[in-house]
Design a protein around this ligand. Structure first.
Ligand code: MN
Length: 202
């Protein structure tokens, strides 16, 4: 069974005016699909055939199988990012995550400032993540396709920092794109569910 492109959890225009339908169309239908197609071409008739995406990701990383790893990680990261965005998202979280944001960063404004700094100072392409590191929350960035799972961290949500993610809407203004994500798009329900799943597994 080849790796499938997961359904987008909302319509292509659902994140407007923060991210345009044109951006999502290129990003989801072209970029994400291309990673799926490249991965399937690379694993066809290989030791990875019939494995889950998560297994392929970890296994290719350990074997330093760069082409399979990059495409598998990009398939995983993009699926995770679509879930990290929501048409009614953004702003401070409530509940457990609200308390942890306060505890780990000193408040929501401080969290936003730290996330923005991390995202805008990541050179070139990569990803910004909110992760659980034991009982604490941390912001990390990764280069290219890299994923914090490989460092033993649990991702709660992510934002794509590749130019293809924002250039049609924000051009070179990555900071504006990050600000809009923080204010209007972060899916805290998804982040909270990931946090609870990690706590249940611990
Ligand atoms: Mn992307």
């Amino acid at each position: 069974m080849p790796i499938q492109l997961p359904d987008l959890p909302y319509a292509l225009d659902a994140l407007e005016p923060h991210l345009s339908a044109r951006t999502l169309e290129f990003h989801y239908r072209n970029h994400h699909q291309a990673y799926v197609d490249n991965l399937n071409a690379a694993i066809n008739d290989s030791c990875y055939a019939n494995e889950t995406l998560e297994h392929i990701l970890v296994s290719a990383f350990k074997k330093e199988d760069t082409n399979v790893f990059n495409n598998a990680a990009q398939v995983w990261n993009h699926a995770f990012q679509w879930q990290s965005l929501s048409p009614d998202g953004g702003g401070p979280p409530d509940g457990t995550l609200g308390k942890l944001i306060q505890q780990s960063f000193g408040g929501f404004d401080e969290f936003c400032s730290a996330f923005r700094d991390a995202a805008t100072s990541r050179f070139g392409s990569g990803w910004a993540w909110l992760v659980a590191d034991g009982a604490n929350l941390r912001i990390v960035t990764t280069a290219n396709a890299d994923n914090p799972v490989l460092a033993g961290l649990r991702p709660l949500m992510t934002l794509d920092l590749w130019e293809h993610a924002y250039y049609l809407d924000y051009q070179d203004r990555r900071g504006d794109y990050v600000d809009r994500f923080l204010a209007r798009l972060i899916n805290w329900r998804f982040a909270a569910a990931n946090f609870e799943a990690g706590r249940a597994a611990a």
